[in-house]
Design a protein around this ligand. Sequence first.
Ligand SMILES: [Zn+2]
Ligand SMILES: [Zn+2]
Length: 351
Amino acid sequence: MPTTRDLTEADYDGSSPFPRSAAPARAGAAQVTLTAAIVAVPFIALAAGVPLAWGTGVSLTDLLLAAAFYIVTGLGVTVGFHRLLTHRSFTARPWLRVVLAVAGSMSFQGNLIDWVAVHRRHHAFTDRPGDPHSPYRYGAHLGGQLRGLAHAHLGWLFSSEPTSAARYAPDLLRNDPAMLRIARAFPALCAASLLLPFAAGWAISGSLYGGLTAFIWAGPVRIALLQHVTWSVNSLCHVIGDRPYRTRRHDRSTDLWPLALLSFGESWHNGHHSQPGCARHGRGPRQLDPSAALISLFERLNWASNVRWHPADGLPHRHAVAGRTTPRATTHRPGGGLRPGRPPRRRMPHR
Ligand SMILES: [Zn+2]
Ligand SMILES: [Zn+2]
């Protein structure tokens, strides 16, 4: 039986379930327990928070703190983890790199090196055997799609299929001591992500109760919302939405406008998969991309340089997919570059 590594693009027909050898094994009890806690606790906090909000359990301070922590940690993931560390879409001053990595680590999405490794692997094997979280794992028929959506959103976190950081993130693992230290500090940064809202709420309101409600809203509830928005990019943004740009064969990434603001521009996922190294994911003129706006601000302040703003002149792969997708159908169209007629620009690495 072939292993995941043996399978090439040519071995996969684009609609069958992934081979059993490519399916993840179940994780051990300790990993399942830890992951379940990270996933479930914020929801329990939400359940506790809603009745509180009905009475006096939410204040303007709580909501502003929740928004502030959501924005800071969310941009830490999108600008820091994703566009800076995973795709190297720009170069940041060393202190800014640290700030972004710390902010992203406070989102409860795993340590930054694992995050980068898993995401680079997702780009290397998008929607074919080897992709850690493809909604097409169980096939392209309706039942398989529904099961696949659950897997891509959340289920993959419970698999024991390891992604080698040595293989996918050697730059961070071996040559970046600051990032390695921040990755090792992940548990402490998670604790800080919960304690800071409590401390801020207590300090602003002057009461322990104020600290508690700020903790609930700007802690677990904020974490749960950001987690599910991020996971929706993995699940929904490979199934529902528009596909205006060409991508690699089998890649079914989509642009999904309703999530654009909450995901800070990450839901322009088809645009991103078509040119993964580009600092801007929203490629259309009306595609709101707050992460790109922040990178642009960093550039103006001279905190960021070598920003890759322009799409490359073409894809480095022969096969591409374009058109609109539904859960059951994708149009394959071979060959071709992006937006013919545009002047050739600097080519970006496809990851
Ligand atoms: Zn994707
Ligand atoms: Zn990416």
